[in-house]
Design a protein around this ligand. Sequence first.
Ligand SMILES: [Zn+2]
Length: 120
Amino acid sequence: MSSRDTSRLVVELMRRGATLLSESCPTCGGVMLRYRGVTFCPRCSGFTSVEEVESTLVAPGDLLENLEKVLYEGLRDDLRSLRGAKGHEERGALLRSLKEELEVLEIVLRLKELRSKSEG
Ligand SMILES: [Zn+2]
């Protein structure tokens, strides 16, 4: 990645709330960024886009939020299919899928509760 691409990435990340640190990278001497609680060198990390940074560095809390969202979407889809389901087999498969989604959702909600407790 060229240094020009790096600067563009830094600018884009700062626009999204990243902070520039006063210390420089011990490896390349370039700027260090702090974004979503993680400190990294945009040059040495090899990130080429904000999307890449976000998918790699998302905080655990965001992961739970995303998982919860995906699960709710899955539940909604399965529920819709269940209404139109014809036959025992199709219904059984959908119910199993719903059960699995609910089980994971329960874990997600429990983890979120634990986290909110630990945060006070
Ligand atoms: Zn570096």
